[in-house]
Design a protein around this ligand. Structure first.
Ligand SMILES: NC(=O)c1ccc[n+]([C@@H]2O[C@H](COP(=O)([O-])OP(=O)(O)OC[C@H]3O[C@@H](n4cnc5c(N)ncnc54)[C@H](O)[C@@H]3O)[C@@H](O)[C@H]2O)c1
Length: 402
């Protein structure tokens, strides 16, 4: 990753890092209040049409600022859907393919993903499929998209049987984030992506932890532009550090799954009961607390390291305790089916986990940072996370420093 202040005169308001994932290489431009600069960069692509994929919420909030700037460059076709995960479907993608072709898209057209991970994934597949691949740019407007999904080549939609079942890898020509647009996010959406950013600091960039704790533990403002720009930059560096040689996230990049084994199970179990009951980031944050406890039991993480996890997760408003209506058996049944099965030799009654040997350092082989964990160990840690013990409540309430 290289960084430069490519555009003279804008200082910290406009930065560029080059993202290198395997043999793919694209610029990530980011700043505050920089829509003119974004339009200037898109103009350089010399597109005959811009095919924008977005959702109705993003369009209503930010389309008014972006669209006139893009319409000054080329005709813009706006493909917009109702917000939400349900839109990541094959019929929705098919509709967009037909509409883009009917509008006159050609090989010189550019697909513009404008919004969160849902428009981002639909746009990624649309760009990958039209004429076997046209250029794609991302303008992410959620923390999840800006700090996570646009740093991955993975593009997927859901089948009727499960999430992200239909997909491929496809690289953008460029990414542009104006963190000003992130400031309209509801707190929960904002924090969901920040949980992933915190995961990156805990699992990969522990040098960032002192600043993270200083800035945010005392009720700091997570949505301040300086905070968002810093966390975005940390996420770029963390993600690219592990995916530079593993663009498909199937070896060293698996560390990005930290917190996801139990996190994914909790997300699924809660959302079975009440849709939207827990965000992805909140569930991953709880999963990291469980993973930290597992690592502590093995003598890898200290009590202080576990406390760092808990402080950060609590400061992000994510749960430290298993939601009361979930059963441990249900979580274990989902963990048993975890999609990281197959990376390690099969072992009965165990599941592969990313655990930390120390903060910022995954356990096991750096080229395959997974370790088998017995399901009864997971059950035992979950049992200890069922009830708020006075010790943890007291420590968190007193704003402990470790
Ligand atoms: N490709 C990858 O590697 C990758 C990584 C992470 C997530 N994802 C995918 O991304 C999706 C989740 O991402 P997401 O949370 O961004 O989903 P999303 O696109 O549904 O956005 C979440 C919500 O925020 C709203 N929103 C977006 N921008 C806003 C803004 N600036 N102000 C106010 N509201 C705004 C949207 O309308 C939506 O309701 C999932 O489908 C997931 O599978 C993919």
């Amino acid at each position: 990753v290289t960084r430069d202040n490519a555009t003279a005169g804008y200082g910290d308001r406009w930065q560029v890092r080059r993202i290198k994932l395997g043999d793919v290489d694209y610029p990530y431009h980011y700043g505050y209040d920089c829509l003119d600069l974004i339009a200037q960069e898109i103009a350089a692509l010399d597109a005959d049409r811009l095919v924008m994929v977005t959702d109705d919420t993003v369009l209503a909030l930010h389309g008014g600022a972006l669209l006139p700037r893009l319409r000054a460059l080329a005709p813009v076709d706006v493909l917009s859907h109702a917000r939400g995960e349900a839109m990541k479907s094959l019929p929705q993608l098919m509709e967009y393919i037909e509409r883009a072709l009917a509008a006159g898209a050609t090989r010189r057209s550019v697909v513009v993903a404008f919004g969160g991970g849902v428009p981002g994934n639909l746009a990624g597949l649309l760009a990958g499929l039209l004429f076997r691949g046209v250029r794609l740019v991302h303008i992410p407007t959620t923390t999840i998209a800006a700090m996570d999904s646009v740093l991955s080549l993975k593009q997927a939609i859901n089948s009727s049987r499960g999430k992200n079942h239909i997909g491929t890898y496809y690289a953008p020509s460029a990414v542009f984030t104006d963190v000003r647009m992130l400031q309209t996010l509801p707190t929960r959406e904002l924090r969901s992506g920040l949980c992933e950013a915190a995961k990156n600091c805990l699992a990969i960039r522990s040098a960032a932890l002192p600043k993270l704790r200083r800035q945010f533990l005392a009720g700091g403002d997570w949505s301040a532009p300086s905070a968002l720009l810093w966390l975005l930059d940390e996420s770029i560096q963390a993600k690219t550090a592990v995916t530079a040689r593993d663009s498909r996230e199937q070896r060293a990049g698996l560390v990005l799954e930290y917190g996801h084994t139990v996190g994914h199970a909790v997300e699924l179990a809660v959302n079975r009961r009440r849709s939207g009951g827990i965000s992805h980031g909140e569930a991953v944050a709880f999963g990291m607390v469980v993973a930290a406890n597992l690592a502590q039991r093995r003598g890898w993480l200290s009590e202080a390291d576990v406390a760092v996890h808990e402080e950060i997760v609590a400061a992000l408003g994510a749960p430290l305790w298993l939601p009361p209506d979930l059963s441990i058996d249900e979580i274990i049944a989902i963990v048993r089916e975890d999609n990281k099965r197959g990376y390690l030799p099969p072992a009965p009654d165990s599941a592969p986990f990313v655990l930390l040997a120390a903060l910022g350092q995954p356990a096991g082989d750096p080229e395959l940072p997974l370790v088998p964990v017995r399901l009864d160990e997971v059950s035992s840690v979950l049992a200890s996370r069922c009830h708020r013990s006075p010790r943890y409540a007291d420590t968190l309430a007193s704003g402990v420093t470790v």
